[in-house]
Design a protein around this ligand. Sequence first.
Ligand code: ZN
Length: 217
Amino acid sequence: MSFHGADLVTEGRVRQPSNAPCTHCGAKPTADVDFLDKRGGLTTTFEGPFCRDCGLAVFRSATASTLSRGWWGLTSFFATPFVAGANILSRRRVARLSSPQMPTEGRTSMPVGRSLWLRWEIIGALLPIVVAAAVVGVIRVNSDRERQQVASYIGKCVQFSIPAGALVGKATIVDCTGPHDGRIASVFAGSCPPADPSIIVPEARTTEITYCVDPGE
Ligand SMILES: [Zn+2]
């Protein structure tokens, strides 16, 4: 994008239209903006200046394409909202222009086409919300499952097998009617009271869960 002298006059919040004719149909007035069409990692730039109708037409097709095909790839996923946002800012400038005036008879501006809101690609704008909801859902299901698993060990009996001279051994859940070294009394996030032996159960996926074993039973 280049700046024309008139383009920099923003006094009174009125940005002067560019003097150059529309790149696509030759009409005036125009705004010197670009539109981006992002398909995965590939971005195509449609350069201005654009008259009002050509600008709206290119905005609609490029943004629809970006919203439906722009998301593929990790970087693209995060870049797509910015590309769509840049297009929306450029659209505001062309939408403010008066209707295109042709210098010669017989040429016409691009047909503006259907509003972006009426195109199926607009559902692509919901993709980040859907992905975020799915991630939160998976985390919640997993943590519920872990919590249930943790709770299910309380009251069960364990038998230790610690090799001679070692500090770390194995704890096996055993039937309380048979021989056992103790019963799981409680669960701690940190360490157990000094009198109680503790076991760290590896089934807990994200955190280590410490079970405190009451050796009295
Ligand atoms: Zn045009």
